[in-house]
Write a protein that binds this ligand. Structure first.
Ligand SMILES: NC(=O)c1ccc[n+]([C@@H]2O[C@H](COP(=O)([O-])OP(=O)(O)OC[C@H]3O[C@@H](n4cnc5c(N)ncnc54)[C@H](OP(=O)(O)O)[C@@H]3O)[C@@H](O)[C@H]2O)c1
Length: 278
């Protein structure tokens, strides 16, 4: 649950790199498999497809809008109060939704590229606070914020972020950011929970997965769930979509959790938010 009382489903479905024309089909497949939390972004160019998938789900599968949790993000070129408000309206038009569950700042403005990075982030955030107060979004948050970015944002803002979505998978956990957020009541979501598929070849992960009769992918997802982090696996294959949701019938032991924590970098983007994007 988010600190404002909004329920966030513990497992999400990622849609980055799913072409718009394929997104609605993936969404309905995912809803049938049990997912209720869907992540997109202005930059993924598939908000229309996601909205279409949600409408099909509600029509054909009888799922209520209130059971679904839909997130999108404002892209870097639309930071700042006015541009953010406009970008939000554009996203909502594409999604075709009456309200959004979660709106995220996709990447922080950072000191490497902007002398006034704090003011840029605060100005974007002021638009987020307004959308939240108006009830257009049920929750607001950030993505790719390191602890010092979150601290700077919250110093003189009225509403604290409810979520921080960061890269987190075996071999690359942003432990400091995650711990800071969790200690401050901010829910952490893991992007690229499978390291974009690259960590699945890791032998240690396969060894641990084998002990439970599960796949490496299910083991990554379970490891995150047990850390209280919301994983957002993406797939375009029905088999994988179903497999990735079948993670609630086993529990990794403390020793196996520690062994997965110790896996060295073995794939994934490993972006540094302090320099990745201007
Ligand atoms: N906030 C941000 O800046 C940010 C950045 C990146 C991602 N994200 C979010 O996080 C989501 C997930 O990240 P991601 O898309 O990078 O990658 P991911 O979920 O870590 O991995 C997806 C890749 O793994 C493959 N895969 C999925 N399940 C599998 C399974 N059970 N067995 C074998 N292969 C499997 C997929 O293949 P197929 O698709 O071919 O089935 C795809 O190539 C994104 O979709 C997006 O919503 C956010």
């Amino acid at each position: 649950m988010l600190y404002n009382g909004v329920q966030i489903p513990s497992l999400g479905f990622g849609t980055w790199q799913i072409p718009n024309f394929q997104t609605a089909k993936c969404v309905t497949t995912a809803v049938k498999a049990g997912y209720r939390n869907f992540d997109t972004a202005e930059g993924y160019m598939n908000e229309k497809g996601l909205g279409e998938g949600i409408r099909r789900t509600m029509g054909e599968l009888g799922v209520e809008r209130g059971e679904l949790f839909i997130s999108t993000k404002v892209w870097n070129s639309h930071r700042g109060y006015d541009k953010t408000l406009r970008a939000f309206e554009e996203s909502m038009k594409k999604l075709g939704l009456e309200y959004l569950d979660l709106y995220l700042i996709h990447w922080p403005a950072v000191s490497r590229w902007h002398d006034d990075w704090r003011e840029i982030n605060r100005s974007t955030w002021r638009a987020f606070e307004q959308l939240y107060r108006e009830g257009r979004v049920k929750a607001i948050g950030v993505s790719n914020f390191l602890a010092h970015h979150v601290r700077a944002l919250t110093e003189d803002s009225e509403i604290k972020p409810m979520v921080n979505q960061i890269e987190y998978h075996p071999g690359f956990g942003q432990v400091e950011s995650a711990s800071y957020c969790q200690a401050n009541g901010i829910v952490v979501e893991a992007w690229s929970p499978l390291g974009s598929g690259n960590v699945l070849k890791n032998k240690e992960l396969a060894r641990i997965a084998g002990k439970y009769g599960k796949t490496a992918s299910q083991t990554c997802i379970r490891w995150l769930l047990q850390k209280g982090i919301v994983p957002l696996p993406k797939s375009t294959h029905e088999k994988y979509i179903i497999e990735n949701a079948d993670v609630f019938d086993f529990a990794l032991s403390d020793a196996d959790m520690l062994d997965i924590n110790a896996i060295p970098y073995c794939g994934g983007m490993r972006f540094d938010p302090d320099s990745a994007w201007s």
